[in-house]
Design a protein around this ligand. Structure first.
Ligand code: XMP
Length: 515
């Protein structure tokens, strides 16, 4: 394979599904890179040196082309001379720029709609006459620009898809990237392989050598520390760092006393074997003291984030490290509000706190453009133990955000036992365990009966979800028998627990964690 992979550039106009476009493309073995519409000509040239740019996709976004500050399409994108596909806002923008007519639709179209396919060729090759599509738009293209033809229409969008085959420009009003559009895959395949003529030979592992080289180049003769949490992301970042720097890398594992049962020991045993320096920072009392009396979830997160910073600062100074390596992945950055239009949902401590405040020459995030399942694939290729590859995502602030209200040692003890039972039962009873599953300890007490006596005890909520990249999730439909067994073990084995509830909310509107 050439060192410049066939690549599709995605211009991020702030749409919530932008990252899904990237995923769909990579799943098909083609590299994709998401860039800002503010990209300069020079930056585009640099990208063209690194990647074999075969096409451009314009994402959706919340703007209207008529807004004064609406994001625009830089001319230099046209100069690349590659096919361009506009989706939703990208479709409207393309129509507007090329001389078509864009209007406010009479009615905002949101959710499932049906597209009448007028020409099932080119970008819409293989589609049926009537296709179920997912729409989410206010503006609509009323008439095509000169040189384009209408390929599809919906009730509220007379130009729901259009093409100028001579110039290789395409626009689609609906969202082929979401699973609610069944023909979405076909549309991407048409664009990637028939129109852009991409080769499908990209794999996440291709990024490994590149990442090692980059770490070596940036750190030079200096030293770095890596924030190791034991999760698959920071573990992969640690192994890459170890390949790049050897003993000039120090992995710092902070035992904040908020880990699950047996977890710290497992992480220590795994990483002691690698070629790197390993420091276990025993900070349990320090963290618990800082959390005393704190009930507000965001305050808890911020306090834990700050404590992490202090610990890292202390150790970085001690080992004379100038750089910090982090296992930040793409969804972390989205949820922490990295793209222009998005808002902060929760302060993920590994992103929201550390980088901007720490006194390092640089922060290196080799996995920042990858999704969790891609990181898992790399972890497998790097021969990391199964316990790490398939380890459920576990939040940086640990059990502190699964204890509603104040965090105390007593509550941590109860939750650790409860979490172990939930994990044991699901892992032994269910062939393919859910994506994430855990226990939450509520702040309320409720009445129960234990051994003929009135009891007034704690409530445990069981949470189990199916997800692909944590951006959305559905609650798992666990068999009643498994839930019953979990419930009965929780109340029988943990005397403080008198009630068990099962969380049946999806994300959105809920988040996966309770705090
Ligand atoms: P939410 O609760 O935001 O969680 O739906 C999405 C995924 O992220 C994990 N999570 C975190 N991971 N630091 C992390 O490294 C954090 O502060 C954090 N908060 C939530 C969560 O477990 C789920 O997999």
């Amino acid at each position: 394979m050439s060192s410049r992979p066939d690549t599709i550039l995605i211009l991020d106009f702030g749409g919530q599904y932008c990252h899904l476009i990237g995923r769909r493309i990579r799943e098909k073995g083609v590299y994709s890179e998401i860039i800002s519409p503010g990209v300069s000509e020079k930056q585009l040239q640099k990208l063209a040196e690194r990647f074999n740019i075969k096409g451009v996709i314009l994402s959706g976004g919340p703007s209207s082309v008529y807004e004064r500050n609406a994001p625009r399409l830089p001319k230099s994108v046209f100069h690349l001379g590659v096919p361009i596909l506009g989706l939703c806002y990208g479709h409207q923008l393309l129509a507007y720029l090329m001389g078509g007519k864009v209007v406010r639709a009479k009615k905002r179209e949101y959710g499932i709609s049906f597209a009448k396919i007028k020409k099932a060729g080119g970008i819409l090759k293989g589609l049926k006459k009537r296709e179920r599509v997912w729409m989410s738009h206010g503006d609509a293209v009323l008439s095509c620009p000169p040189g384009f033809r209408v390929l599809a229409e919906t009730k509220n969008a007379p130009v729901a898809a259009m093409a100028n085959s001579k110039k290789n420009l395409f626009g689609i009003q609906w969202h082929p990237e979401v699973i609610h559009t069944p023909s979405g895959n076909k549309i991407f395949e048409n664009f990637l392989f028939n129109i852009c003529r991409c080769k499908n030979n990209w794999q996440p592992i291709n990024l490994v050598n590149q990442a090692i080289k980059e770490i070596k180049k940036r750190v030079g003769a200096s030293r770095a520390i890596v924030a190791l949490s034991g999760g698959v992301d920071s573990s992969v970042a640690t192994v890459l760092g170890s390949h790049a720097l050897g003993r000039r890398l120090t992995a710092v594992f902070v035992d904040h006393g908020l880990m699950r049962e047996g977890e710290s020991e497992q992480i220590i045993n795994t990483f002691k074997k690698f070629d790197l320096n390993f420091i276990l920072a025993r900070e349990k009392m320090n963290f618990l003291k800082a959390l005393r009396g704190v009930k507000n979830p965001e305050r808890k997160r911020k306090i834990i984030g700050r404590k992490f910073i202090k610990t890292f600062e202390k150790i970085a100074k001690r080992v004379k490290a100038d750089y910090l390596l982090q296992g930040t992945i793409y969804p972390d950055r989205i949820e922490s509000g990295h793209s222009q239009g998005s808002v902060v949902i929760k302060t993920h401590h590994n992103v929201g706190g550390i980088p901007s405040q720490l006194n390092f020459k640089g922060i290196i995030e080799p996995l920042k453009d990858l999704y969790k399942d891609e990181v898992r694939k790399i972890a497998k290729e790097l021969n990391l133990p199964k316990s790490i590859i398939s380890r459920q995502p576990f939040p940086g602030p640990g059990l502190a955000i699964r204890i509603i209200g104040e965090v105390t040692e007593k509550k941590l003890k109860i939750l650790r036992r409860a979490d172990k039972i939930v994990r044991e039962e699901i892992e032994s009873e269910i062939k393919k365990a859910p994506w994430q599953y855990f226990a939450v300890l509520l702040d309320e007490k409720t009445t129960g009966v234990q051994g003929d006596k009135r009891a007034y005890g704690n409530v445990i909520a069981v949470r189990a979800v199916e997800s692909r990249e944590a951006m959305t999730a559905n609650f798992s439909q666990l068999p009643w028998s498994v839930l019953e067994k979990i419930s009965s073990r929780l109340v029988n084995e943990i005397p403080q627990v008198t009630r068990v509830v099962y969380d049946i909310t999806n994300k959105p509107p809920a988040t996966i964690e309770w705090e």
